[in-house]
Every structure is written in C-alpha cells, then in structure tokens.
Design a protein around this ligand. Structure first.
Ligand SMILES: Nc1ncnc2c1ncn2[C@@H]1O[C@H](COP(=O)(O)OP(=O)(O)OP(=O)(O)O)[C@@H](O)[C@H]1O
Ligand SMILES: [Mg+2]
Length: 312
C-alpha cells in the first residue's frame, strides 16, 4: 500500500455544508435485545473517528444504521444531508463490514470492476487495488483468498467508488502486522485529502494513534466522546511518580491536586485529580524528589473504567 492516494482524490468542487454523519437519537432493538438505546452523533467532514466499546456495545448496529443496512426503530441517520441509501447510491460512502462473504467464483479484479461500473468509476479499480496493497491479487478468485487477503479486498471495495466517507467495522482484524501498518498509512492519506473516516475497533492503540476523536459505546449508549486526552483524563486522571526515599505518605496524600499517595520501594506514586497543581506542591514540599514523571492515564484504563458495569 502506498501512502499517497493516486487518482482517488475526492476533489469535490462544492464545499460540504452538511455534517458527514448525523445520527439523531437512533434506537434499534432485536427481539428482546436493545442493541442501540438512543445514540446522537455528529461527525464533521474530515474527522477521523474511532468507535470503541466492548463486544455487544452496539458499534456494528450503529454503523449499519449509518449505512442504511438497518433501519432505526426511532431517530434518523443522515450522511451529507442525504439518507444513507441515497449517499451510498451516489458513491459518497465506502464501507467495510464486519460480516459478509465476498461474491464467490469471480476474480478480485472482476468484483471490483463490477462495483466500480455500478458507480460509473471504472478507472478506479487499479488505484483501489494499489492502495489496498493487493495489485498482485487482481486475477485471484475470491474464494481462494486468505482471511487477511479478503479483508484487504474489502478495503479496496470500500475505496473503489472514490468516497467522501469511509465507514469501517474492525477494518484491520485478520491483517498481518505489515498490512495493518500500511493500512493506517493510507488512512492518513485519506484524512489529508479531507475524507471522513469512522471506524470501529478493539485495538485501543489504533484508536489512540489514528483517530482525532473517540466515541466510546457501552450498552447501546455513548458513554464518552472526545479526544484521547479528554477521555483518559476525565476517566482516570494522571499519575506522578518520583524517587523519594523515606517519603511521608500521609503528608503527600494531603498535597493539593493529589487524591491518594503510595510508595513502592523508594518510589512514590501520586494519584492526581490535578497533576499540574500536584507537581508544584510536590516540588515545594519535597525539594529532594528526583526522577519526577507525570504519566497520562492510558486508554485501556479509561476504557475499563468507563465501560465497567455496562458489560452484558
Ligand atoms: N441481527 C441481530 N439479531 C439479534 N441480535 C443482534 C443482531 N445484531 C446484533 N444483535 C445484538 O445487538 C447487540 C449489539 O450488537 P453489535 O453487533 O452492534 O455490537 P458490537 O459493539 O459491534 O460488538 P462486537 O465488538 O462484538 O462486534 C448485541 O447484544 C447483539 O447480540
Ligand atoms: Mg461489531
């Protein structure tokens, strides 16, 4: 896969005035399962948004409603001001789904060609294959692909209409390390040319590294929405560590901005509500503190804290 985005350049002459994605209080139940319980989401053109959440949180159902594959029981979904079906029909949306077989007994090239012709974009087949890093699989029959290769074909299918919005449900699952790295390289290219990307993932590091914004779902609801820094600091605060032999733990725990203090050998660990204030207070109270580190909370801890009790 190459980082530049040859030929597939979403050069729309009219600036987009609508949100790329607008979900208004969408609700979806299956039999007795409330899969999505009122999700509101507005995504601006050019945003790269990760949808996180435990298994069964409602990520795929939310994405399916975005794509018009599932109709909400209540609420509305709009893409660029259009109904999802219209937006998809006009080639403005490329999607990779979590489930679904590729059409069997055709070659990869034929499959892409079919989708490209349906959208009047036959010239896009070669660049889509190139971006997905599978030009050499063009003549391979779809039922002879490995799992990771099939996933890359799904990626090429998402690109072949030259979409403004990419909706990707666990896009890198099954991809090997190199394919995954190359995939995210091309994602940066999409973001640079102003494409909107919404992806669901269980790889928190991918979300942290590649998304501008994280939407955390649990039990069919949005439980957090913001940048990685916003989400992690809201959920878990920060920690200060310092080397301080013979520290007075009780005294440290009363410092401004500190919630709790403990020692591990000669290291003190301060759990902070406000790490800036705590750092100033620590250095004033204990000028002998060495090797001071302020550690941001990580996304894993925030994820667990925010989704706790929502796991079904
Ligand atoms: N077609 C369906 N029929 C019945 N129940 C469904 C269907 N699709 C999803 N569900 C249920 O709806 C809830 C949300 O499922 P969904 O697939 O949206 O979760 P998810 O966040 O994508 O999970 P995962 O991380 O496992 O992919 C789950 O409880 C699931 O069992
Ligand atoms: Mg899913």
């Amino acid at each position: 896969m190459t980082e530049n985005v040859p030929h597939l350049v979403a050069a729309r002459s009219v600036p987009e005035t609508h949100p790329a994605v607008l979900l208004e209080s969408v609700v979806k139940s299956y039999d007795r399962t409330r899969a999505v319980e009122g999700v509101a989401l507005r995504i601006a053109p050019g945003e790269v948004v990760a949808l996180l959440g435990p298994n069964g949180a409602g990520k795929s159902t939310t994405l399916d409603m975005m794509l018009g594959l599932t109709t909400p029981d209540a609420g509305t979904a709009r893409l660029f001001g259009l109904t999802p079906t219209d937006a998809v029909r006009r080639g403005r949306v490329g999607a990779m789904l979590q489930t679904g077989e590729l059409l069997p007994h055709v070659t990869v090239g034929e499959l892409l060609g079919l989708v490209a012709v349906l959208h009047d974009r036959p010239q896009n087949v070669a660049p889509a294959l190139e971006q997905a890093g599978i030009s050499e699989l063009r003549a391979r029959r779809t039922h002879k692909l490995s799992g990771g290769q099939a996933q890359r074909v799904r990626y090429a299918l998402a690109l072949v209409t030259d979409p403004d919005l990419l909706v990707l449900d666990e896009p890198t699952s099954g991809m090997d390390v190199a394919a995954r790295a190359a995939f995210w390289d091309t994602m940066r290219g999409h973001a640079r040319i102003g494409r909107t990307v919404v992806f669901a993932t269980h790889y928190l590091e991918e979300a942290g590294a590649h998304a501008d914004r994280i939407v955390l779902l649990a039990g069919g609801r949005v439980v957090a929405d913001g940048s990685v820094t916003e989400i992690t600091s809201a959920a878990t605060g920060r920690t200060i560590r310092a080397t301080l032999p013979g520290a007075d733990v009780a005294g440290l725990s009363t410092l401004a901005g500190v919630r709790a203090a403990e020692t591990r050998g000669e290291t003190v660990v301060l759990d902070c509500t406000d790490s800036d204030r705590a750092l100033r207070a620590l250095l004033a109270a204990e000028p002998g503190a060495r090797d001071v580190e302020v550690c941001g909370a990580d996304l894993t801890a925030a994820f667990l804290a925010l989704t706790e009790g929502e796991l079904r």
